[in-house]
Design a protein around this ligand. Structure first.
Ligand SMILES: [Zn+2]
Length: 389
């Protein structure tokens, strides 16, 4: 009975997902895994294309194909190549018991000794699987729709600007990574009716600069009171971003946090953070000699903090400190630093980098009856919502 029910759910998901492929829109290439030694892909009536040797093979029935990626050693040091492209007449393939909609591509990894695995799928299918991971499929529809537009804007920005290839300095053969560095998406099994509807009902909608340019749209879990701009957090200005008050997320998600570390450990981090700052600003900064570390009182909303070290006053932006102490010590960018005896205390609000849309804020506003357009206009007053396909 249970098996029958599971099968029925699978068929219903497959039907929904396949119908979603009919929605017009670009195909996105998502790197789902890297540095693999061996890859086994399973599917029904698969077609294997080997572009390097211009060979196409068809495998009728349910089959598994195994690729030995170490054998790609001859490609070492060369540019990435598409070794194989796999598709199925059902539109679905499996890797490591996970089900993917669309095609799977095997690339030679940067070292040439292993493979990277890329899933090529329709944008709206990608957005639907992402909503279950980056948000929560059980959240209100309007919050999911706002998240769909934000994630689609980021993905299309990456595709259109060739961001990954530019950064690598060579053709990457994928548009985006499935990781916290970019965006986290799921598999076909993570999607639900709500996530499909949120993706489908906002098909092709993105936020753009007022001059029509694409822009990387960011989001985070909980701002803790006010959202931040990219220059406040990462030091790079992006035209159109504005910090906004967010009195909506306080009662949701992670409560205020506090972490401590010894003064000795903090000094080591300060030196590391100063080195980063020195590299960015070319300023000559002395490392801590610290006999007496005096931290100037600062507030959660401040973007830097000052301290006296052997009589010198040093200003350090919090983004440098957060980069070295890590997200465990500072889960958000909104925090203050103080000294209590031989300990340094980090006390903050929220969770995440704080730039762009506050997800718990969107959750609260959707509950209050705001629609996704109003939610996006609130967190992104400098951008316009537009349907691009
Ligand atoms: Zn917030």
């Amino acid at each position: 009975m249970l098996i029958k029910t599971c099968f029925a759910i699978l068929i219903s998901l497959m039907t929904t997902s396949l119908s979603a492929t009919l929605v017009a829109g670009p195909l996105i290439k998502v790197r789902i895994a890297k540095a693999l030694d061996r890859v086994k892909i399973t599917g029904m009536d698969m077609i294997r294309e080997l572009p390097q040797v211009k060979k196409n093979d068809r495998y009728l029935g349910r089959k598994s194909l195994v690729f030995n990626c170490k054998a790609q050693g001859s490609q070492r040091g060369q540019r990435s190549l598409v070794v194989a492209s796999l598709s199925s007449s059902t539109g679905i393939l499996s890797w490591k018991k996970k089900t993917y909609l669309g095609d799977l591509l095997l690339l030679t990894s940067h070292s040439g000794k292993s493979c990277d695995l890329v899933n090529q799928l329709p944008m709206e299918s990608y957005i639907s699987s992402l909503l279950a991971k980056e948000m929560n499929s059980k959240w209100p529809t309007e919050a999911l729709k706002a998240q769909a537009v934000a994630a689609r804007s980021y993905a299309i920005y990456k595709m259109n600007t060739g961001g990954v290839s530019r950064k690598l300095g060579r053709e990457a053969h994928y548009d985006i990574e499935n990781s916290e560095k970019h965006q986290v998406n799921g598999t076909l099994m993570d999607t639900t009716k709500s996530t499909w509807n949120a993706a489908k009902e906002t098909t092709g909608e993105v936020l753009l600069k007022k001059n029509g340019d694409f822009v990387p749209i960011f989001f985070h879990s909980k701002c803790g009171g006010r959202t931040l701009t990219p220059d406040q957090v990462w030091g790079n200005k992006i035209e159109g971003y504005k910090g906004v008050e967010c009195p909506f997320c306080h009662k949701h998600g992670r409560p205020a946090w506090q972490n401590k570390m010894s003064v000795a450990k903090f000094r080591k981090y300060l030196d590391k953070a100063l080195k980063w700052k020195q590299m960015d600003t070319k300023l000559q900064l002395e490392p801590s000699l610290l006999k007496k570390l005096l931290i100037v009182p600062n507030k959660v909303a401040d973007h830097d903090f000052r301290y006296y070290d052997a009589g010198n006053m040093i200003t350090l932006e919090k983004n440098y400190l957060r980069r070295v102490v890590g997200r465990k010590v500072t889960p958000s960018h909104s925090f203050k630093v103080s000294r209590e005896g031989e300990e340094v205390v980090f006390a903050g609000l929220g969770n995440g980098h704080g730039v762009g849309m506050c997800q718990y804020g969107a959750f609260d506003l959707a509950h209050k009856g705001w629609d996704y357009k109003k939610i996006l206009a609130y967190y992104f007053p400098g951008y316009l919502l537009k349907k691009v396909y």
